[in-house]
Design a protein around this ligand. Structure first.
Ligand code: 5GP
Ligand code: ZN
Length: 113
């Protein structure tokens, strides 16, 4: 989608703080982090939400979320971890390109998600 900001970021047309990249995904730091290390998994192919993404990409995204959560927990020494994925405005989705939030949690933090 030509006017989708996450398509542009995922495909490298707009620079981003990238933690990981492969042929299907880019993982970037969130511009407005809910906690230290808050990152987003972006598929390179556009899908607006969970309803549009293929089963194959949904499975790959979850496997990548597991890997990232494990590595980030080691690197950041966080105490817990949220994996969040919003669909539709009432659910809090603001960017309509499927993404998964990787949110490191720290003892006593006040993150509201
Ligand atoms: P949503 O509310 O759609 O689940 O999450 C969108 C997330 O994308 C928010 O946490 C917001 O801070 C982040 N975000 C929005 N625009 C940009 C951007 O241009 N770059 C980055 N890195 N994050 C963004
Ligand atoms: Zn897109």
């Amino acid at each position: 989608m030509s006017d989708c900001i996450f398509c542009k970021i995922a495909n490298g047309e707009i620079p981003s703080a990238t933690l990981y990249e492969d042929e299907d995904f880019r993982v970037i730091l969130d511009l407005g982090p809910a906690s230290k290390g808050h990152a987003l998994i972006l598929p390179k192919a556009h899908a607006a939400n969970i309803y549009e993404i293929s089963d194959d990409m949904a499975a790959k995204a979850m496997i990548l979320a597991k890997k990232m959560a494990t590595k980030m927990t080691e690197a950041l020494k966080c105490d817990g971890f949220n994996i969040v994925q919003n669909n539709g405005e009432p659910a809090g989705q603001t960017v309509f390109h499927f993404h998964m939030h990787l949110i490191p949690r720290y003892e006593g933090d006040q993150v509201g998600i």
